[in-house]
Design a protein around this ligand. Structure first.
Ligand SMILES: [Ca+2]
Length: 565
């Protein structure tokens, strides 16, 4: 509490005076998120594999589901910060995985606390607010015996929910509970680091075999991919188990009738072309809202496009709390009541940097039919750094690219992209056919560029100028280099402040590895580096990580894990 944000106190005062509902009249809010789950992994959202999500499907049957909802960002911390600030990344400052202290704007936890709610959170605490620890009344990461709950333990999410509700009741307040389930984030159920099957004591209520799993159209049919997807879908099922435990805890507490439940995923699956991208399956989120007495059972909204930037203003409306100034989102509360809303024909999407502070900025606008992407980082040489590079599926794609022309083309696109992409997401949701050069699409393309320009102006996006000069490679490159420098400086600063005191640092061994480099290295010629190492038996098996970094920004271009043979 000592670090409470002074900058936003005047806003709180304003909100306090204008609140229209008494705390006792407000519904409880139960926000359930899953991590890295594609929308179409869920039964009611069209999963081609049966039995992945019985609990989530049941929730959808009892509430309203939005079939055209999207998150703004394809990776975790930036995506979640959009939701709980109601601001796009370029306005909330959380463009990557770094903290923003004294952000100068209130987030969900501030606003709900001020409105009289008891606020509690399970998991993803540091990713759900601009800095950590934030002002939650209670963090639910520990079990009643004081031990830390395992994030892959589905029943523990029920335990956390029970504890949160109990604490809110003891405080005499309605609750705003955010339960962030860790599945199907990597590591997938029973999947080892190299894709092998390993023991996993957190068993889902159902597992799937490689032959059963559907292969997303943006990937390719291969035993390695199929095996990885079997691990993924078992993790989807384990996430669903977690949702079941959370909803059971709510039922047991007798709180179903006065609680709004909102369910969604923070972005798509952690495989190539989904997570860390802005493609359709990267951002399509399985949004479900069950608000007893308000949402109709089994209702679906296929008409309106809603965005995660709208979550905060919507929840503020539900709770009768006045919106703070400066938010980008717009409440879709009327849609919960089954009404219609104008200006819900498109959503805007934004990506800036990955968890390793590598910058590959992109912007996108999506309508019900079309998706337009602008990728200024694409210069023909730069390789996108993404978390999905570490997957067996990616390694298999790189391997097959050497012998299979179609996979080689996909691999090249994955690594280098092109500056502009246009997809017909109605016919081609996997985004396989770039239509940006099609004469028949030029009018639609111009309209989308115009819409993106207007959004950049309206929201004060720092990419506006480069977007307007998108045909000039030098302008694009200068922008990306500038952003890479800023990210590198931020990372250096973070390392400096995170350095542990000398006494706790282990003394490094410097005598185990020797490198033999050639006397001279010529561009374009292969380089042979000899690695000599002397490993003591006591160290057991070791893996050698070889990372190739480019330029002064030390941007990672490739990384291999080498096993001693
Ligand atoms: Ca995530």
């Amino acid at each position: 509490m000592a670090r409470f944000n002074y900058a936003i106190l005047p806003l709180f005062f304003f909100i306090h005076c204008s609140a229209t509902l008494e705390a006792a009249d407000r519904p409880n809010l139960l926000l359930i998120t899953v991590d890295d789950m594609s929308a179409d992994s869920i039964g009611v959202f069209g999963c081609k594999l049966a039995h992945t999500t019985p609990n989530i499907d049941r929730l959808a049957d009892q509430g309203l589901r939005f079939t055209k909802a999207h998150v703004v960002v394809g990776n975790c911390m930036p995506s979640r910060n959009v939701m709980w600030s109601g601001r796009y990344p370029h306005n909330n400052g959380v463009e990557g995985f770094y903290q923003v202290k004294n952000p100068g704007y209130p987030v969900l936890v501030d606003l709900m606390k001020e409105a009289g709610y008891f606020t509690a959170i399970r998991h993803k605490v540091s990713h759900s607010t601009p800095y950590h620890p934030y002002a939650w009344d209670l963090v639910l990461d520990t079990l009643p015996d004081g031990s830390k709950a395992h994030v892959k333990d589905a029943p523990s999410y029920g335990v956390s929910t029970r504890r949160g509700i109990k604490a809110a009741r003891a405080a005499g307040k309605p609750f705003c509970l955010m339960i962030n389930i860790a599945d199907p984030h990597k590591p997938f159920h029973a999947q080892g680091r190299r894709g092998e099957t390993v023991p996993d004591r957190h068993t889902p209520s159902r597992v799937f075999t490689p032959g059963q799993t559907p292969i997303p159209g943006f990937l390719f049919d291969d035993p390695v991919v199929s095996k990885e997807l079997a691990h993924y879908y078992a993790s989807v099922r384990r996430a669903d188990d977690g949702v079941g435990h959370v909803l059971e805890a709510l039922r047991d507490a007798g709180a179903v009738d006065n609680t709004l439940v909102m369910f969604f995923s923070d972005h798509g699956m952690a495989l190539p072309f989904a997570k860390t991208q802005l493609y359709h399956h990267s951002t399509h989120t399985p949004l479900i809202v069950r608000w007893p007495g308000v949402t109709a059972s089994g209702a679906r909204d296929d008409e309106h496009m809603v965005s995660a930037v709208d979550f905060l203003p919507t929840l503020l409306d539900v709770a009768g709390v006045r919106h703070p100034a400066g938010i980008d989102g717009r409440s879709f509360a009327p849609l919960l009541r089954g009404e219609k809303q104008e200006r819900r024909a498109m959503v805007f999407k934004e990506y800036n940097e990955n968890a390793g502070a590598s910058r590959d900025p992109m912007r996108a606008v999506q309508t019900k039919r079309l998706l337009y992407l602008f990728n200024p980082w694409s210069n023909g040489e730069r390789v996108m750094a993404t978390a999905t590079n570490g997957t067996p599926t990616y390694r298999r794609m790189a391997e097959l690219a050497r012998v299979d022309e179609a996979i080689a083309a996909r691999h090249d696109l994955y690594q280098h992209r092109v500056v502009e992409e246009l997809y017909d997401v109605e016919k081609d949701p996997d985004c396989l056919m770039n239509l940006s050069a099609e004469p028949a699409q030029q009018q639609a393309l111009a309209g989308l560029r115009e819409a993106l320009d207007a959004w950049m102006v309206e929201t004060g996006d720092h990419m506006l100028d480069v977007f307007r000069h998108r045909d000039n490679p030098a302008v694009r490159e200068a922008y990306v280099l500038q952003k890479e420098r800023e990210a590198a400086e931020r990372r250096a600063q973070k390392r400096k402040t995170q350095k542990r005191p000398a006494k706790t640092r282990k003394k490094k061994r410097t005598d185990l590895i020797g490198l033999e480099m050639p006397e001279s290295i010529q561009a374009g010629r292969p380089v042979t580096v000899k690695l000599r190492h002397t490993l003591e038996n006591s160290l057991g098996e070791q893996l050698v990580h070889v990372t190739l970094k480019a330029g002064l920004a030390a941007k990672r271009v490739d990384r291999k894990v080498v096993r001693d043979r």
